[in-house]
Ligand binder design. Structure first.
Ligand code: GAP
Length: 436
């Protein structure tokens, strides 16, 4: 048997922590699981939401030049024909003649022998990743739609609507967060390669002459995001994607790769999509996709810079970056050093003992105030204090507040810091300000 490397052990630890603490579960697990799908439990859903909110804040709300849209996940065949995905959104696939397992041909070292059963592999085929859906009661070509393979098309097909309603001036961006679906041949590596995932992405429309300037601007901004969300910067590496490896719409792409436990692979992408999509949609739909510059009296189809962020891969990279093991008070512990802004629980409140009504009453009062002021606050009175700290450490709760007998006399509580384990006494009336 192969010995597990440290990195693979880390992967196992993260997957098991995610399951144990209700962050991430296999999709449809009680039926044996559906490959390439994952469900978020209560803490995972909070973390996912907080990552989205931070992204929205960073790329939309703190700026004046990016507008949010939210488009349908079902789009007709015509969209995917125009975008080039019907012909170009493919992976090379081979199938084993014996066990019928399918593999991505470009990920196999031996293209003749099945890695699962040793059987003979068939001819390499082109496999389209779009997921078709037959809409309505009558099946047929005219009703054919696809679950969106990328959310970008929702921004392109709404370009004219935005020009007509918002009258934005170039440069400006259209952003959205939402589901994408890909019929991946070989989903694997936890949240890394799945069949259904959220994307956080925007199309930034510019004049052709300015594309390099804005490409560089977004490259720098993507690094700022990486730091802000809490992904280890020294695990990120930019890769200038070779022309042959770029998507069909791109004239330049930089991948932001991350050192996952299974190797260095794509986390985010930054692409110069030229005027490819708007031009194609204009030609196929007949809609006017030009921008009119009122000052220069010029009409033209803008070019596009596209920063794209896989949401699941962000969650995964954040968890890998935050995972820590150390020893505290003579005991081994695991904790997630999450940025407070994205931690699923911001503060946990404990009564020292749960069978002392006076402590529970006071702790409930403190809890009610914090819940109102901070929101993501958790009550825990299960087991001893040490165990409660460990539980909160594992989900990355930055601070825990304990109400003890001294509280009843002096109206102060203990705040315990997740990373250092240090404790300090704080007056109840100063608690909200201190925690915030
Ligand atoms: N609109 C451009 C676009 O969709 P992409 O490189 O195909 O580009 C964007 O995908 C991002 O989506 C990637 O950088 C990655 O973070 C994430 N991603 C792609 N395929 C994925 C999959 N099968 N599972 C999880 N995330 C995926």
């Amino acid at each position: 048997m192969k010995e597990k490397t440290e990195d693979h052990a880390l992967m196992d630890k993260i997957v098991s922590l995610c399951k144990r603490r209700g962050l991430v579960f296999q999709g449809s697990e009680i039926y044996g699981g559906l490959a390439g799908t994952w469900d978020y439990g209560p803490y995972g859903a909070e973390l996912a939401h907080n990552v989205e909110e931070l992204w929205r804040k960073h790329f939309i709300r703190e700026r004046d030049d990016v507008f949010a849209v939210q488009s349908a996940t079902l789009m007709p065949e015509a969209v995917w024909k125009a975008s080039g995905h019907l012909s170009g959104f493919t992976d090379p696939m081979v199938e084993c003649k014996k066990c019928h397992h399918r593999f991505r041909a470009d990920q196999l070292s031996d293209k003749k022998k099945c890695p699962d059963c040793g059987g003979e592999l068939g001819e390499e085929k082109v496999f389209n990743l779009l997921l078709p859906v037959a809409l309505g009661s009558v099946e047929g070509k005219s009703n054919m739609a696809y679950l969106r393979g990328e959310i970008a098309q929702g921004m392109f097909v709404n370009f004219k609507n935005i020009l007509d309603t918002m009258r934005p001036e170039l440069p400006f961006g259209l952003a959205q967060i939402g589901r994408a679906y890909r019929n991946e041949i070989a989903p694997r590596d936890f949240l890394f390669r799945v069949r259904e995932f959220d994307l956080m992405e925007f199309e930034y429309f510019v004049r052709e002459a300015d594309w390099q300037k804005y490409f560089e601007m977004w490259r720098i901004e993507m690094w700022r995001w990486i730091e802000r969300v809490g992904i280890e910067k020294d695990k990120i590496h930019e890769l200038e994607v070779a022309p042959a490896d770029r998507a069909h719409y791109s004239k330049r792409t930089i991948d932001f790769e991350f050192d996952y436990p299974f190797g260095r692979k794509e986390l985010y992408g930054l692409a110069y999509r030229t005027d490819y999509d708007l031009k194609k949609h204009s030609a196929e739909s007949g809609a006017e996709m030009s921008y009119f510059d009122e000052v220069k009296k010029e009409k033209f189809i803008p070019h596009v810079i596209e920063p794209t962020f896989g949401h699941g891969r962000t969650m995964f990279a954040v968890l890998l970056s935050a995972y820590r093991e150390d020893e505290m008070n003579g005991e081994k512990r695991v904790y997630l050093k999450l940025k407070p802004e994205i931690a699923p629980v911001k503060v946990a409140v404990f009564p020292l003992l749960k069978n002392k009504p006076e402590l529970v009453k006071k702790a409930r009062e403190v809890y009610a105030v914090l819940k109102k002021e901070i929101g993501a606050v958790e009550w825990d009175d299960n087991g001893n204090i040490g165990k409660r700290y460990r539980r909160q450490d594992e989900i990355g709760t930055p601070q825990c507040v304990t109400v003890d007998f001294e509280t009843l006399e002096k109206d102060d509580v203990t705040i315990r810091d997740r990373d250092s384990g240090e404790q300090e006494r704080v007056k109840v009336k100063e608690l909200v300000a201190k925690l915030k």
